[in-house]
Design a protein around this ligand. Structure first.
Ligand code: M6P
Ligand code: ZN
Length: 189
């Protein structure tokens, strides 16, 4: 049998998340890419919130796709910078998030409103089973960097989270520390 791909190496800078070679960079800005994702977004300055550097592979269930994500530190209102978050279009597909640097939280939720919070920092390898939407939040003062590995045909369902939100949000408390609180705008599908 002849394999349909050659092996390849990607160098990962474990602190910055930079890949060598860079193949597919996607920058996510507050205004253009995340309209309505934060409770207090009106009037917030536009900015780069996060960057995804992907290692493209064919979108089949034989392949493992991967990417680093770098979330800049900061808040929009009281909410910490976060990714958009998604279910997989093939919703039973799973994923692993390995924390590389910085300090944050991984939020996971099912479409019937269950939710979980996991640590996302150096050395935390989080398993995200199929059916759990996932969003990462930078609660620290440095960029939050993690590596994701997922099945090639997982795909993205952004619409459910864009419309319904997550059951919880992560805000900076009065003492300056992160708090996970109920999302007043959460709508269960
Ligand atoms: C991780 C992976 C990617 C995802 C990225 C940003 O790197 O899960 O597939 O694109 O995080 O998350 P989102 O797509 O929700 O903005
Ligand atoms: Zn995913």
């Amino acid at each position: 049998m002849t394999p349909n791909q050659d092996p390849f190496t990607t160098w990962v800078d474990l602190r910055t998340g930079t890949l060598d070679p860079e193949r597919d960079l996607q920058d996510k800005h507050l205004a253009a890419d995340m309209p309505g994702y934060y409770l207090e977004q009106d009037g917030a300055e536009d900015r780069l919130v996060y960057r995804v550097s992907a290692v493209p592979v064919p979108a089949t269930n034989d392949e493992l796709a991967s990417s680093t994500t770098i979330i800049e530190p900061g808040t929009v209102g009281r909410e910490y910078h976060m990714t958009k978050g998604h279910f997989h279009a093939n919703w039973e597909r799973s994923e692993i998030y390995l924390g590389l640097s910085g300090e944050g939280l991984l939020l996971m939720a099912t479409d019937d409103g269950q939710h979980r919070t996991a640590p996302l920092r150096e050395g935390a390898a989080n398993y995200i089973p199929g059916g759990w939407a996932h969003r990462s939040v930078n609660t620290g003062d440095e960029p939050l960097v993690f590596l994701a590995v997922y099945i090639g045909d997982a795909g993205y369902d952004y619409a459910t989270i864009a419309e319904e939100g997550f059951p919880v949000i992560v805000v900076r408390g009065d003492d300056g520390r992160p708090e996970v609180v109920d999302n007043p705008r959460y709508r269960r599908g």
